[in-house]
Design a protein around this ligand. Sequence first.
Ligand code: HEC
Ligand code: HEC
Ligand code: HEC
Ligand code: HEC
Ligand code: HEC
Length: 222
Amino acid sequence: MKVFKYFFTVPLLAFFSLNTYGQGLSNSHHDFTGAAWSGNEACKPCHTPHNANMEVPNSPLWNHQVTNASFQVYSSSTLNSFPSQPAGHSKLCFSCHDGTVAVENHSGNTDGTRYVSFGNLTTDLRDDHPISFEYSTTLATVDGGLHDPKITPSGLGGTIEEDLLENGYMQCTSCHDVHIGRNTQGCTGCHQVGGGGGMTTVSLSIWKSNQGSALCLTCHNK
Ligand code: HEC
Ligand code: HEC
Ligand code: HEC
Ligand code: HEC
Ligand code: HEC
């Protein structure tokens, strides 16, 4: 909390006066405009219209260096699914979030020195929610404590499978949206200002508020 106290007393106000409030990812931690290394373009560290990095199949025109790390995946005696090495959209997140690839390593650059300062999940995923496995009707039946993703509403308009899974797979993007289209408040959409700082109850990077564990209970039937 030391950081917040320091940060939210003076510099946050400076931030507010310099930036206009925007929509979507504006003023989020994925808004890279203003960073010299991003070329002052919000989307560029992640996307490019041409010559994209298609190492991860079906990437959304990816423009970042992709991790080569091998990961220790989640396991437990009660787990019924089979998490694999991070794949798909999760692998794209690990372009920056395993701490092995510099955030500046986009557009062909490979000699960056700046890494995520928080949110480094490391390559040991045994303490993280499992990802990169198929979440099917069969899994729900075998598990008994999961909703059927094919028929259960996500609360976002479609089913769990339609709104939260990537081709039937659980990924980081099953819970997170880096584009946070709901962000109209900038920093204060996630952080309290005054009162000691800290997070608000609603984190905009997740698809829905987790108040009362609403996000968890979308899939888990506990
Ligand atoms: C931090 C990295 C990151 C940034 C910055 C980013 N994106 Fe993305 N984008 C992703 C990832 C990962 C996916 C695939 C998962 C998903 O759909 O969210 C994606 C998917 C997309 C897609 C295809 C899927 C869809 O939702 O339609 C579009 C279009 C897109 N991004 C546009 C943009 C634009 C425009 C910007 C800049 C305003 C932007 N993105 C900034 C990471 C990023
Ligand atoms: C281009 C690098 C990059 C990529 C790719 C990226 N992130 Fe981030 N992310 C960051 C940085 C930088 C921060 C802020 C931490 C910091 O400043 O050190 C951050 C912060 C976050 C945070 C905490 C802030 C918030 O918005 O709640 C979450 C959650 C997050 N990232 C999730 C993701 C997910 C999920 C993906 C993949 C869909 C992803 N990130 C892809 C660079 C990236
Ligand atoms: C089962 C849902 C779920 C999955 C899957 C998931 N996250 Fe999260 N993540 C959360 C929640 C909930 C938070 C806390 C958000 C809040 O309250 O602000 C969080 C917080 C974070 C943060 C904020 C900083 C921190 O360390 O607390 C980062 C970064 C992050 N997640 C990245 C990722 C990445 C990368 C992946 C994929 C490897 C991922 N998440 C997968 C639910 C999930
Ligand atoms: C989408 C949600 C979101 C938005 C928008 C957001 N933050 Fe954050 N921020 C987070 C999360 C999540 C963390 C990690 C908190 C933790 O780990 O306890 C964080 C951490 C921080 C930290 C502490 C970093 C550290 O090293 O521990 C600072 C400072 C910060 N944010 C400032 C800002 C500022 C300034 C803005 C606006 C430009 C902003 N945040 C916008 C979610 C957000
Ligand atoms: C999009 C769907 C989804 C969301 C949202 C989600 N989970 Fe999960 N979770 C799953 C699936 C599927 C599994 C795999 C279950 C299995 O294989 O036994 C899982 C596994 C787990 C496990 C490991 C179970 C074990 O047997 O080791 C825990 C604990 C867990 N989730 C807690 C949470 C919590 C807490 C949240 C909210 C922050 C959450 N989940 C959100 C789908 C989800």
